[in-house]
Write a protein that binds this ligand. Structure first.
Ligand code: PRP
Ligand code: URA
Length: 228
C-alpha cells in the first residue's frame, strides 16, 4: 500500500461505524522517535517495554480524536456553566496476547474508565496461522467502541482472527492499533475487515521468509517480556 492511501490523525472522519475504514499513519515526532528506539537491537527489555507503553499512550491520544462529546451542566466553585464530556458508552481495549499486553497500560493512562478484554492467539511457527487459546471480553463489549491492540501486524492472521472473534460476539465498532505493520498485513485486514480503521506507527517494507517484518523490531512478545 502506498503512503498516499494513508491519512494523518487530523484527517480522520467518523470512525468505523460511520464510513469506510481508514488507515491512519501516526506521524507525530514523539511516536516516530520512540519507534526508532524500540527497533534498535541493543534496546533492552526494561526500556523496550516502557517505550512500547509510551507509544501506545501517544497513539491512543491521536486515535481518539473522533470520539463524540456532549455538553453537560456543571457547577464550578464560582458559578454554573457547561462542560464537555465524552458521549455514550465508554471504550473497550482488547490486547492480543501476549505482545498486545504491552500496550494496555498506556491506553488506560489515557482512558482510565475503559474495560479490558483479552484474546489469546499465537502464530504457529510452521504455518504462521493463528492458534486461539483464550477469549474473555467485557459482558457489554458489543455496545462499546473497541480498540484491538497488538504491536505487530505481519501476515495479518492474528488480527483478522481476533476481530472475527469480536464480531462473532456482536461487536461492530472496532478499530485496530499496531505500532509496526507490513503491507501484507494491512492488505489482509482490509480484505477481511473493510469496516475496521487501522492505526499504524510505521508501515515497513515486507515480510521475510519466516513471517517477520523487515526491518521491523524482531519478536515483540519476546522483547517485551524478556523471553529470549
Ligand atoms: C506476534 C504479534 C502478533 C502476531 C502478528 O505474536 O504480537 O500477535 O505475531 O503476526 P501475524 O500478523 O502474522 O499474525 P506471536 O504469535 O509471536 O505471539 P506472542 O505475542 O505470544 O509472542
Ligand atoms: N510478530 C512479531 O513479534 N514480529 C514480527 O516481525 C512478526 C510477527
Amino acid at each position: 500500500m502506498s503512503d498516499s492511501k494513508m491519512i494523518r490523525p487530523e484527517e480522520q472522519t467518523v470512525g468505523a461505524a460511520g464510513g469506510p475504514a481508514q488507515v491512519v499513519y501516526m506521524d507525530h515526532p514523539l511516536i516516530q522517535h520512540k519507534i526508532g528506539y524500540i527497533r534498535r537491537k541493543e534496546t533492552g527489555t526494561k526500556d523496550f517495554r516502557q517505550t512500547i507503553g509510551e507509544i501506545a499512550m501517544l497513539m491512543c491520544y491521536e486515535a481518539t480524536r473522533h470520539l463524540p462529546l456532549e455538553e453537560v451542566q456543571i457547577e464550578t466553585p464560582i458559578c454554573g456553566t457547561t462542560a464537555k464530556v465524552l458521549k455514550g458508552k465508554k471504550l473497550a481495549i482488547v490486547p492480543i496476547l501476549r505482545a498486545g499486553l504491552g500496550m494496555v497500560d498506556g491506553m488506560l493512562t489515557m482512558i482510565p474508565a475503559a474495560k479490558v478484554g483479552h484474546i489469546g492467539l499465537y502464530r504457529d511457527p510452521e504455518t504462521l496461522s493463528p492458534v486461539e487459546y483464550y477469549c474473555k471480553l467485557p459482558a457489554d463489549c458489543a455496545e462499546r467502541e473497541v480498540f484491538v491492540v497488538d504491536p505487530m501486524l505481519a501476515t495479518g492472521g492474528s488480527s483478522v482472527a481476533a476481530i472475527r472473534m469480536l464480531k462473532e460476539k456482536g461487536c461492530r465498532n472496532i478499530h485496530f492499533m499496531c505500532i509496526i505493520a507490513a503491507p501484507e498485513g494491512v492488505a489482509a485486514m482490509q480484505a477481511a475487515h473493510p469496516d475496521v480503521d487501522i492505526y499504524v506507527g510505521a508501515l515497513d517494507e515486507k515480510l521475510n521468509d519466516h513471517g517477520y517484518i523487515v526491518p521491523g523490531l524482531g519478536d515483540a512478545g519476546d522483547r517485551i517480556f524478556g523471553t529470549k
